[in-house]
Design a binder for this molecule. Structure first.
Ligand code: AMP
Ligand code: GLY
Length: 421
């Protein structure tokens, strides 16, 4: 079979490496992929948001199955376009991807169906938002409605900062059109857990839980990033918590989407906070998390392609989805300065004897075949082990074997998780 994966980051590299193990797949294409993914798939220079280009390529090359991984192409309707050409896909249609594409939609969905989340108000008028903030409890959380690459969220510790955030979103439009509508919500506390799940709209199968580290610097300081590292499983996510989440969050969400005529098929990502009042949804994503995927898929025992086909066919209940009873750690190596200004174009080398799995996010090949840095997050170094502590120690030992100028990484990935034990 010929399978194409839309996207070109570390998450897509992890998906491609997992799919590569499937005996059912003969050829894997990545659109556009990257310099590192090129070792595992045929990379074709078609952008992830170029729906026409993707569809034309799929038709011309008789693609049997497509996996649409990033948020933008999903929210723009790439799955709908491919399906219209008769190509089965893993990923939600546009009308279901809105669960990530609009925070106003997802907050209203949770309110309507009683799914636990932070209390909130939505605004499409700046004066009203500012007036509400005069008396809102502080800290407060302000979110731009649309996709803003994970950066559309401001946690305001003071009233002044809250006013500034609203003005910059709604007047200065720092997140563009996303600032037309905003959500102002209650500040929650507690450990965060990412739970990715497979769902065909009837059955929901949570994957092993994980924990992201979103801030740029050690001890959760610095700016929010796309994610500086992950561990799995998340020790705060006990069996009791998992059971509660299934009953109060996962199944109700799938049913709510069905009731709205927006059946969700693909990977539904639950960003949860385990608050003193129980688990609550911080965000939904309509796709695999990045870099959560880099620790979740290495622990998957079942053939990923079999699962993806069952999701597309609506037969997920017939697949026995199994994970290894082990742990994984991903340390992201970034370009110094990320998520703001950074330089690129430095050669990446890996010492002989590096035992880590390396998932490349931002790199390209030059004419001489050298791998050069080409993004903020450059790659993820991933190790697995029976115990979390050993997975973390191994990942950090292997990071020492990966080199490029101006490399930057956090030194405390997994530290909070180890304290939970
Ligand atoms: P989001 O893009 O919605 O996942 O938000 C990014 C990060 O902001 C989350 O991972 C949380 O750490 C934090 N956050 C979002 N909403 C809240 C909230 N209501 N209370 C506390 N922290 C939040
Ligand atoms: N790691 C968080 C996300 O993928 O949105």
């Amino acid at each position: 079979m010929k399978v194409l994966v839309v996207g070109g980051g570390g998450r897509e590299h992890a998906i491609i490496k997992a799919l590569k193990k499937s005996p059912q797949i003969d050829t894997l294409y990545a659109l556009p992929g990257n310099g590192g993914i090129a070792a595992d798939a045929v990379c074709v220079n078609i952008g992830a948001k170029d729906i026409e280009g993707i569809t034309a390529f799929a038709k011309e090359n008789a693609i049997d199955f497509a996996v649409v991984a990033p948020d933008d192409p999903l929210v723009l309707g790439t799955v709908d376009a491919l399906q219209a050409e008769g190509i089965p896909c893993f990923g939600p249609e546009k009308k279901a991807a809105i669960i990530e594409g609009s925070k106003v939609f997802s907050k209203n969905l949770m309110k309507k169906y009683g799914i636990p989340t932070a209390r909130y108000e939505t605004f499409d008028n700046m004066e009203d938002a500012l007036a509400y903030l005069e008396t809102a409890p502080i800290p407060t959380v302000i979110k731009a409605d649309g996709l803003a690459l994970g950066k559309g969220v401001v946690i305001a510790e003071t009233r002044e900062a809250a006013f500034d955030a609203v003005r910059s979103m709604m007047a200065d439009r720092i997140f563009g059109e996303s600032g037309t509508h905003i959500v102002i919500e209650e500040f929650l506390t507690g450990p965060e857990v990412s739970v990715l799940s497979f769902t065909d709209g009837k059955t929901v199968v949570p994957m092993v839980s994980s924990m992201d580290h979103k801030r740029a610097h050690d001890h959760d300081e610095g700016l929010n990033t796309g994610g500086m590292g992950t561990i799995a499983p998340n020790p705060y996510y006990t069996e009791a918590v998992a059971k509660e989440c299934m009953e109060k969050i996962f199944l109700p969400t799938i049913q709510a989407m069905n009731a709205e005529g927006r059946t969700f098929k693909g990977c539904l990502y639950f960003g949860l906070m385990l608050t003193p009042d129980g688990p609550k949804v911080i965000e939904y994503n309509c796709r695999f998390g990045d870099p959560e995927t880099q620790v979740v898929l290495p622990l998957l025992e079942t053939d990923l392609f079999t699962i993806m086909q069952a999701v597309a066919n609506g037969t997920l209940d017939q697949v026995d989805v199994r994970f290894k009873n082990e742990a994984a750690c991903c340390v992201v190596m970034a370009s110094n300065g990320y998520p703001q200004k950074y330089e690129t174009g430095f050669e990446i080398t890996v010492d002989d004897g590096c035992t880590a799995e390396i998932y490349v996010a931002g790199a390209k090949k030059d004419e001489a075949g050298r791998l050069l840095t080409a993004g903020g997050r450059v790659l993820g170094v991933v190790c697995t082990a029976p115990e979390l502590k050993d997975a973390i120690d191994s990942a950090y030992a292997q990071v020492e074997k990966v080199h490029f100028e101006n490399a930057y990484f956090r030194h405390d990935i997994g530290a909070r998780a180890l304290q939970a034990k």
